[in-house]
Design a protein. Structure first.
Length: 326
């Protein structure tokens, strides 16, 4: 494994070979934050995502800047580069320097806004320094995955979902994140968090950057970095895992970034997170794990030997989107 030498005083690193794909810095809403995203030109699908994201920002009057860069760091995509200029941490810090009077809302390129992000506006106008979705602060983080079906020659999500996984710990003081949406106040405390995150990525380039952020946050020296965090709810990174949650920021596709990676569980006698400081969850799951969820008819189905042996009607709305949602 090659670890690139990184000197913290060089942060943020210059963002080389970049082009502004599209931006609108003159929103009628006079936002206190700016939406920032990046993508590489090696897949036509990324251009479609960038266009979709920009259109959704325009729809809700959000200031935004979408950047096309020549490469991406391996902590984001294993087929990427070891150049630390292309990390999320560096990209966010770069935009802090570029927009010194704006807070930064980083979003992955494959999300879109389907409603105005009021919670982000409130966080940005108050004293919070950092926000993202935190599995440990969510009492019901259970994930459900769609069963697949064939439709017009394609394999697509069906209306049927089954239980997949959850994190059975609760702790509002620690972080296990899904980092597709991240808010940073443009202040010294947030900049120091980003610098520390960059350093952890430099030491663990083949680990997912979300895990590096968890490790960074959960081992911060609170004497030097005093952050005030706010934890976003699932609607601000509405993945297919949560069809029962009405989205504000939608991620239509299932995540794949964590596959085939070196997991960052412990380094230098420090852990990614500390289960012993958490409360174990004992409450029932949101939907029973032994049931199939029919999201079209709002039914819980029990299956035995491929037959439905029980149907239970539930009072629950669902919001289902195809991966190629416009």
């Amino acid at each position: 494994m090659t670890v690139v030498t990184y000197h913290a005083e060089e942060f943020p690193l210059p963002l080389k070979n970049k082009d502004i794909y599209r931006e609108n810095l003159l929103s009628a809403r006079q936002n206190t934050f700016i939406v920032c995203a990046l993508f590489t030109p090696n897949k036509m699908q990324y251009y479609k995502y960038a266009y979709r994201l920009a259109a959704s920002c325009e729809k809700f009057g959000l200031t935004y800047s979408i950047c096309q860069i020549s490469d991406i760091h391996i902590s984001i995509n294993l087929n990427g580069s070891d150049d630390l200029a292309f990390t999320k941490a560096n990209f966010i810090a770069y935009n802090m320097a570029r927009f010194p009077y704006k807070n930064i809302l980083y979003v992955d390129i494959d999300v879109l806004f389907v409603d105005y992000p009021k919670m982000i506006e409130e966080i940005s106008k108050t004293g919070y320094d950092f926000a993202t979705y935190n599995w440990l602060s969510d009492e019901h983080n259970e994930a459900y995955v769609p069963l697949m079906k064939e439709f017009e020659g394609k394999t697509v999500f069906s209306e049927f979902y089954k239980y997949s996984h959850h994190i059975g710990y609760y702790c509002n003081m620690q972080l296990i994140c899904s980092g597709g949406v991240q808010f940073y106040r443009n202040c010294l405390e947030s900049q120091n968090l980003l610098k520390a995150w960059q350093s952890v990525i430099a030491q663990n380039p083949y680990s997912a950057d979300d895990e590096c952020l968890d490790y960074t946050y959960n081992n911060l020296n609170s004497t030097f970095i005093k952050l005030l965090p706010a934890w976003l709810d699932k609607s601000y990174l509405r993945l297919p895992w949560w069809p029962h949650v009405k989205p504000v920021i939608l991620h239509p596709g299932l995540p794949t970034a964590g596959r085939n990676r070196i997991h960052l569980t412990e380094r230098d006698n420090k852990k990614r997170f500390y289960p012993e400081k958490c409360q174990k969850k004992t409450a029932p799951l949101y939907f029973p794990p032994d049931c199939i969820i029919d999201t079209k008819k709002s039914l819980l189905l029990k299956i035995k030997n491929s037959d439905i042996v029980d149907r239970q009607k539930i009072k629950q709305d669902f919001w289902i989107y195809h991966e190629d949602t416009e």
